[in-house]
Design a protein around this ligand. Sequence first.
Ligand SMILES: Cc1cc2nc3c(=O)[nH]c(=O)nc-3n(C[C@H](O)[C@H](O)[C@H](O)COP(=O)(O)OP(=O)(O)OC[C@H]3O[C@@H](n4cnc5c(N)ncnc54)[C@H](O)[C@@H]3O)c2cc1C
Length: 418
Amino acid sequence: MGGKNEQAKKRRVVVVGGSIAGLCCAHGLLRSSEWLEVVVFERARSVSSAGAGLGLDSRACDALRDWGLGDALEASSLPLFMEENRVVDSNREDHAVVKDDTFNHRAAHWSDLHHLIHDALPSGIVRFGHEVHSFEELQGADGEPRVRVRVSKGDDAIEEIEADFMVAADGSMSQTREKFVPNEKRRYSGYCAWRGVLEASNESVQEVASTIKSVFPDVGHCLYFEIARNTHAVLYELQKERLNWLWYINQPEPQLQGKSVTVKADEKALKDLHEQAQRTWPPALAKLMESTTNPFINAIFDREPLPQFVWGRVVLVGEAAHPTTPHGLRSTNMSIVDAFVLGNSISKWGCNDIEAALDEYQGERVPITTREVLFSRHLGQLKQGLLSSGTDWLQADQQHKEQLLERNMHSFNPPATN
Ligand SMILES: Cc1cc2nc3c(=O)[nH]c(=O)nc-3n(C[C@H](O)[C@H](O)[C@H](O)COP(=O)(O)OP(=O)(O)OC[C@H]3O[C@@H](n4cnc5c(N)ncnc54)[C@H](O)[C@@H]3O)c2cc1C
């Protein structure tokens, strides 16, 4: 095993994708060793202001703190101490069914998180407006394996760069993954999510916000799930008086433009949403949905878990490695933990045994993320009434109700796959 003191020569790693997973890998790798030069190529022109809320678990928060981002994290997120699942009956009345007081997450806006991770990196590491076109593995002049990466900057010029290894953080439609796992299809979940963030500091919506706070008294530190027949919604608060909500609706797979899973809602879709909300949810929640400007629709997909994340000197991380549905609050957490584990493995094995480091990362992350993807899929199907045993949650016994909780992920036994 190579120790840090044995390292002399600088090694280079190219990261493809500068979203959460790619930027966290830059932190994890820079923290792990002084012998690594890290370059991140991101095809977007800048850090995005898109997105909505997400929940960070304690392991992801610890990783962010380890990279020196603790203060920024505290300042831009709220604690989520509790999870509460409620059932809405046919009269639109709410009944608390099961609670977890040991939830221990934090709530953040995706864009705030992306900014804080980006802003803490040394300048020059992230190259926005750079798209990776292709890569190939080859042997360097010294006989060592290398990856040659071709990058375009929006003009016709192609830059070539050689790296000792490449980290593919290029998202759920990863071209890198496609090269190693061709003809693999994503799985449509059977439903789409409407998502919105109400800016509760606006005077015009203060009554809506205060009604929400009286009906959901723990909002601000609780993750609420509202479950109605064959559908469910989510509510929690973000920093700066923002109320974040989601509503999952079973429907045929929508026609999507390009690779994005986000659909902009037109007037008719919005009108239908508001009418359907009034028929389904308690008035306070329906009013919150109606009062939110520019909600958007995400079609929900995942993919079958892969048995490997590493091919030679190329390693998949984040959504490229394990695209998942959002129900276990997994995607961002998995990306952060991938980066943390990869950094630690590189630190442990040193530059003389990159294969061993990548192998260790894969060995640790494949089984855990497989369980997380399949648990998240299961929980979504359970709450959307898509499992063969559709459940009447109000009549169910306590043991049954406990199945709704996020904490079951750790003991979840995935069904056998072929
Ligand atoms: C704009 C945006 C908003 C989001 N909002 C939320 C949210 O509100 N809540 C939530 O839970 N999750 C959100 N997500 C998803 C979530 O953050 C991620 O799915 C998760 O953190 C894993 O991220 P990732 O970095 O693996 O993949 P992604 O976030 O999908 O990022 C992949 C990145 O790779 C880049 N890329 C792809 N191919 C290339 C290439 N060839 N060359 C260079 N760059 C390339 C893409 O431009 C993208 O930035 C959002 C994602 C994005 C991109």
